[in-house]
Design a protein around this ligand. Structure first.
Ligand SMILES: Nc1ncnc2c1ncn2[C@@H]1O[C@H](COP(=O)(O)OP(=O)(O)OP(=O)(O)O)[C@@H](O)[C@H]1O
Length: 647
């Protein structure tokens, strides 16, 4: 129904200008020498003129204006109702997604096995075997089985990994704080998973792109994204997007340049941390590259340090437009590439490497403690034990979701480290896996998840339909408003309207007064003094001439109208109340061309109207012309102003 209306409105917006043009040319006799072979006005036989009505074109019938206003307000009401329906469906979808994530666990743990690299000493017997939700590690005659939420084997692609990560991003847009961690021994592929390469982008660039994509589809709210990047090294924080270069390249940063502030409500702010608003994915990606470059040239021993620091990328999502629920707090999406988790004794580290390793291990175990406390719903969550957990305080806990991607090596040499990493994963997992549940509970859980999944999809589909309806209705409303302002609002209001396209400025130049002067210019010298041209009017005529070369716009419709006035002044007989003229307009409104091109439809001189009677105020109301075509009204409304200016 809405689409039909749009089609109607479109035809109303564009067609009438042609109709006006046609009616102007036909009625003014300008096409008298045309192929139609129509006689000019002067050649017209002296048949008795049709009775002339003097009408006040200043007035458009109130009932029509009211009807138009009503249709606009009905449409506005319809849009409001659709938006409220969209909000409630969106709420349903959010609830279902939340329940799904809660059943699956608010802290989910995945495992990714790195493929063999050329540098790996390949053994015939592989220590690792994987299922979809479990990893078995065989080492020194023992066999350990670890259960996880999802396991990505060596051949898993970046796309496959991201597919599983993606649902949590929707939660970030819904207002939840989210943390995605890459955990594991050095060289197991944490940076590959998070950053990726140009050919195989990782989670961070894909997530940013996905956020922009999802936000652009959500018409119920508008989103603003901003981005920060920082590095935590030996308990110090470094701003990776800072515009200020470090005092000396490669200088160790011994002091923490950024302070972590915790509000009374638990919210966390990092003082002086650069936060850049990013308008689109390309811009965000440029900042991300800058942050990555800053990381690789940081600290003392340039490349080595990267595995001994944590790199945190934060996307802050501000949501606006959901007026019924007020302005929500911005949500944060943290994507963290953690430092390598290897045991110090095994690496035989000494000196600074030892200290770095200690710092990493301290913060990783603090993170493990926080996650374990959250899992057990402890009253005290030990956030304060490391800089990392202090930073993530408001994004790990109530209402937040976390995803831990534990990376392991396929090599037998690393089996000990692999077991340590998987023990960390086991500790972090929020719930028992499906595999650990009794059969009946497992079935119940699966059933519930399937129901919620259906609910979520239904709500999403319905929401999409409503989104399309809203778009169509908003377009229709905009068109109606345009039409309304063209038809009923005085010229001044057109100028003030913020929606007015630039061509309306042309209308200003080509103001109704200009037309009036062009009428006067052609009026014989017998016209009263007040109708003769002035310097100003002659200047305006120059402007008028400039405009005439422009493309057809409502303004150019006026140009044709001015032709009509010019020709009127030659014949000095045409009145808007002329029933032929009205008839022509009516038929053109009805899509009939017939009356306008036919000789008997042409206007003849009306001797009783040898001069233009512009005193509209003296015309009885009963004789006012009724032009129900909105665009015709538009041009007439300009004319009305011209007349009233004169009176
Ligand atoms: N899934 C994979 N597919 C192909 N190559 C991979 C994969 N995972 C890791 N690699 C390669 O393994 C090497 C080590 O990976 P990466 O640097 O990401 O490890 P890391 O865990 O981040 O190490 P560090 O802790 O030192 O930063 C890189 O050359 C990377 O390209």
């Amino acid at each position: 129904m809405v689409l039909d209306e749009i089609a109607q409105i479109r035809s109303k917006v564009t067609l009438p200008l042609e109709m006006v043009e046609e009616s102007v040319e036909s009625s003014s006799g300008l096409n008298s020498d045309s192929a139609d072979g129509l006689p000019s006005v002067s050649e017209m036989p002296e048949s008795p003129p049709p009775p002339t009505e003097f009408t006040d074109v200043n007035v458009v019938p109130e009932h029509e204006k009211k009807e138009f206003e009503e249709s606009i307000s009905n449409l506005q009401g319809e849009i409001t109702a659709l938006k409220s329906k969209q909000r409630s469906l969106d709420e349903k979808r959010r609830e279902a997604l939340n329940k799904i994530l809660d059943i699956k666990g608010s802290i989910r743990v995945f495992c990714r096995v790195r493929p063999f690299l050329s540098v790996d000493r390949r053994k015939i017997r592989l220590p690792i075997s994987t299922g979809s939700e479990n990893v078995i590690v065989r080492s020194s005659g023992s066999r350990k089985d670890f259960t996880l939420d999802k396991v990505f084997p060596q051949e898993a692609t970046q796309e496959e990994v991201f597919e599983e990560v993606e649902p949590i991003l929707r939660s970030a847009l819904d207002g939840h704080n989210i943390c995605i961690f890459a955990y594991g021994q050095t060289g197991t592929g944490k940076t590959f998973t998070m950053e990726g390469t140009n050919d195989q982008p990782g989670i961070v660039p894909r997530a940013i792109q996905e956020l922009f994509r999802q936000a652009s589809q959500d018409t119920s709210a508008s989103f603003t994204f901003s981005m920060s990047m920082l590095e935590v090294y030996m308990g110090s924080l470094r701003d990776l997007l800072s515009q200020k270069p470090p005092a000396r390249m490669f200088e160790p940063v011994s002091k923490c340049a950024l302070n972590i502030q915790t509000g009374s409500n638990g919210s966390v702010e990092i003082e002086r941390l650069t936060d850049v608003v990013v308008a689109d994915f390309a811009q965000a990606n440029r900042w991300y590259s800058k942050g990555r470059r800053a990381r690789s040239t940081s600290w003392t021993s340039v490349n080595e340090a990267s595995s001994r620091s944590h790199c945190l990328t934060r996307i802050t999502i501000a949501r606006a437009g959901d007026t019924e629920v007020g302005k929500p707090e911005p949500s944060k999406l943290w994507m963290v590439d953690l430092g390598g988790s290897e045991r110090l004794l095994k690496t035989g580290a000494t000196g600074q490497t030892m200290d770095e390793g200690k710092a990493i291990n301290l913060s990783l175990s603090a993170l493990g403690d926080v996650i374990a406390a959250l899992k057990r719903k402890r009253n005290h969550i030990p956030y304060r034990n490391s800089k990392l957990t202090q930073i993530l305080r408001d994004s790990l806990g109530d209402g937040s979701k976390a995803l831990m991607l534990v990376h392991i090596s396929p090599s037998e040499d690393d089996a000990g480290e692999t077991i340590c990493s998987l023990n960390f994963a086991k500790r972090a997992r929020a719930i028992e896996s499906n595999r650990d549940l009794p059969e009946d509970l497992k079935k119940q859980r699966e059933k519930r998840l399937a129901e919620l999944d259906d609910q979520m999809r239904d709500a999403e589909e319905e929401c999409q339909k409503i989104r399309n309806n809203i778009k169509a209705a908003e377009f229709l409303l905009q068109e109606k408003k345009k039409l309304f302002s063209l038809s009923y609002q005085p010229l001044d209001e057109h100028q003030e309207s913020p929606r007015s396209p630039p061509v309306d400025q042309g209308k200003v130049t080509e103001s109704p007064r200009t037309f009036e002067k062009s009428v006067r210019r052609n009026v014989s010298s017998s016209v009263p003094h007040f109708m003769s041209s002035t310097v100003c009017s002659r200047q305006r005529r120059g402007v008028d001439g400039d405009i005439s070369g422009r493309s057809r716009t409502p303004g150019s419709g006026n140009r044709h109208l001015s032709k009509l006035f010019a020709s009127q002044s030659q014949s000095q007989s045409l009145s808007y109340s002329d029933h032929y003229f009205k008839e022509n307009l009516r038929s053109s409104r009805n899509g009939k061309k017939s009356g306008l091109g036919e000789p008997n439809a042409l206007h003849t001189e009306n001797p009783s109207c040898n001069s233009l009677d512009l005193k509209s105020s003296s015309i009885p109301r009963s004789k006012r012309v009724s032009m129900s075509h909105p665009n015709l009204r538009a041009t007439f409304s300009h004319h009305r102003r011209r007349m009233s200016d004169l009176s």
